[in-house]
Design a binder for this molecule. Structure first.
Ligand SMILES: Cc1cc2nc3c(=O)[nH]c(=O)nc-3n(C[C@H](O)[C@H](O)[C@H](O)COP(=O)(O)OP(=O)(O)OC[C@H]3O[C@@H](n4cnc5c(N)ncnc54)[C@H](O)[C@@H]3O)c2cc1C
Ligand code: SF4
Length: 586
């Protein structure tokens, strides 16, 4: 039997980056907010202490902080002619679980998408003509200019360390000359660079490119954010990605928002409660609340005036499908919207091996790097190239964690004494130049419910049907040689190119930048939510996260995820609260 609780103003499904942002803004506006998080409570002092947080077996290999695949996972196939099988051990991406979500174990590379990324269809069609059949790229319905104040605020909450390249339309030396106009400089200066970044920047300049520091959520100095929370300087310990920071040096929901939130009387957090479905009122006009299950196995109905889905793109999409909200996407007809335009990221790299020079990759941080944007978005002329979009080319020094990182040159066997010798010789003398490419939406890539496999509660798993597209392959074929050219200019002994070949493989780690499935747009015919991230079907249901992206840009997503969350939270407090109902007429 399902127990019914007293209603609340707002219920948040999931309490990671976007959950924390919505909770802070909506409680500040006086609303009673309840956050439901399926994973445990996690905090810096108790859970990420530097004496044990650097445990590679626990966190990297045994996935100490990620969603447990024995409870719920997804099935995967490359195309709809195949039978999808469950992912029983995470590989390609690492969904978060617990307070802070993936915001605990992220790297902190915090970019803004380009102005043209938000108008990808209209911009590219105006410049290059009609996009190919099957490419379901579309505009967001919100512009960079509208999001700019929210990008700026998220950067201040996180204390992002970087160098502006475009202040109010004027180019600034040392920053990214291609970025959209910014209203303010980054709140903190860039991180200290190491040997690899200096070599990369020199080689890039030699090719006429414009290197700039990666915008970083790892602190270059002590910082107090607008909520009064203090971050400490990063020690370059190299245990950002896949780990919590015990040093209060990486911006996360725990370090930048949650301590303030926990003091507010109108905020409640319930951990270890998994939302099973969004419930709809009998007349179908609005969401009535959510049903969740707690660790005792009891199911509970939590009524709410507003529901915000903050459960990461994959689970947001699944919950919508399980709850029967919106029309599921049908790849045969191209109709329906929920699950449409699943996109990812197109990665390749060139590893440089030095003879004499030490790169000392263990002196690293998740967002320590130099990058160039000359081949990102529409920053270069695509005429005749047969693809749209691009990617940044960067030299990061994130870590040299011994279980995870073992770079060896071309031709070395994958195991045995020869491999060990090559490891010893090269471990401290390598660095990588990576391409982080965009992923454009295609009709054949989508999310739906699996017809066979179920989770621990007996509900269908999410099924992912995804492969790299012709656009992706042409993009990577064009940009990877440029990364190789920069790598060769860095003065090493040899360079090993790791090109993108074959079909998408869900086993090696690539990025946790899953996008689409609950996309935003200008019409209910081609999007799940409107420009304010509000469901077209149920006006008191809002959606957060990278599932909103109609296609993925050549950047890490969280800067744009954060800006969109602040934008939507403002729409709730400034517009919806005054006049509840659809904020855009269909
Ligand atoms: C290893 C790694 C490195 C990354 N590095 C970067 C980077 O450098 N730059 C960048 O921009 N991005 C990076 N990311 C991505 C970034 O972490 C995400 O974009 C961000 O955390 C997304 O925020 P979110 O609120 O949408 O989801 P999350 O922060 O993941 O929060 C979702 C929360 O919802 C909870 N939840 C899910 N389902 C339910 C349910 N049914 N009921 C209740 N709760 C539920 C989850 O447990 C989780 O806590 C990285 C991610 C990973 C894993
Ligand atoms: S590298 Fe810096 S930010 Fe990252 S975990 Fe270590 S101290 Fe924290």
């Amino acid at each position: 039997m399902t127990r019914e609780l007293p209603g609340v103003d707002v219920v948040l499904v999931g309490f990671g980056w976007t959950g924390a942002i919505f909770a802070e803004k909506l409680t500040a506006a006086g609303l009673d907010v309840l956050a439901l998080e399926r994973g445990p409570w996690r905090d810096t002092a108790k859970d990420f202490a530097t004496t044990f947080a650097q445990d590679e077996l626990r966190y990297y290999w045994r996935h100490g902080m990620f969603q447990e695949t024995s409870q719920s996972t997804l099935t995967f196939r490359n195309n709809s002619a195949q039978t999808a099988l469950p992912m029983r051990h995470w590989g390609s991406f690492l969904p978060g679980n617990g307070v802070g979500g993936a915001g605990v174990h992220w790297n902190g590379q915090t970019y803004r998408f380009l102005p043209s990324d938000f108008v990808a269809r209209s911009h590219n069609e105006e410049r290059y003509g009609r996009l190919p059949e099957g490419m379901t790229v579309q505009d967001y319905g919100v512009t960079y200019e509208e999001l700019e104040p929210h990008f700026d605020y998220f950067e201040k909450i996180c204390g992002i360390c970087g160098k502006a390249g475009n202040l109010g339309g004027s180019t600034v030396e040392g920053g990214n000359p291609f970025e959209g106009p910014r209203s303010d400089e980054y709140p903190n200066p860039p991180m200290e660079m190491t040997f690899s970044q200096d070599r990369f920047a020199a080689a890039a300049r030699e090719l006429g490119l414009s290197p700039f520091p990666v915008p970083s959520a790892n602190m270059s100095r002590a910082y107090v954010n607008p909520l009064g929370l203090q971050l400490a300087p990063c020690t370059y310990c190299g245990f950002c990605e896949k780990y919590g920071c015990g040093n209060y040096s990486k911006s996360s929901p725990q370090t930048t928002i949650i301590p303030v939130l926990m003091q507010r009387e109108n905020f409640t957090l319930r951990t270890e409660t998994e939302v099973l479905s969004i419930e709809t009122a009998a007349d179908g006009s609005r969401a009535s609340g959510v049903t969740y299950v707690d660790t005792s196995g009891e199911t509970v109905f939590q009524p709410a005036e507003i529901v915000v889905m903050c459960a990461y793109p994959l689970e947001n999409t699944r919950l919508m499908l399980l709850s029967g909200i919106g029309t599921p996407y049908d790849p045969r007809s191209g109709e329906g919207v929920v699950g449409k335009n699943y996109c990812y990221q197109v990665m390749s790299s060139a590893t440089v091996f030095f003879d004499e020079e030490f790169t000392n990759g263990f002196v690293g941080a998740g967002a320590l790097g130099m990058t160039v944007d000359d081949y990102n978005g529409d920053n270069f002329d695509h005429s005749g190239l047969g693809f749209i979009g691009g990617g940044y080319i960067a030299c990061h020094t994130t870590n040299a964690r011994p279980i995870e990182s073992h770079p060896v040159p071309e031709g070395v066997p994958g195991w045995g004494s020869e491999w060990k010798r090559a490891m010893r010789e090269n471990f401290l003398k390598t660095t990588t130049v990576g391409v982080h490419g965009a992923s454009m939406a295609h009709r054949s890539n989508y999310l739906d419910l699996d017809p066979t496999y179920t989770d621990a509660h007996g509900r269908p798993l999410l099924r992912m049907t995804y492969d790299f597209t012709l656009n992706d392959r042409r993009l990577t074929d064009h940009i990877t040689p440029i990364a190789e050219e920069i790598a060769r200019g860095m003065g090493g002994r040899e360079v090993k190119v790791n090109a993108l070949n074959g079909s998408y493989d869900s086993t090696p780690y690539q990025t946790t930048h899953n996008t689409g499935g609950t996309i935003m747009g200008s019409s209910p015919a081609d999007s799940v939510v409107n420009r304010y991230c509000q469901s077209w079907d149920l006006p008191n249901l809002f959606v957060a996260g990278a599932g909103l992206f109609p296609q993925n840009a050549g950047y890490n997503p969280t800067g744009t995820v954060g800006a969109l969350a602040y934008w939507a939270a403002e729409a709730i407090t400034e517009q919806y609260m005054r006049q509840p109902g659809p904020l855009v007429q269909a």
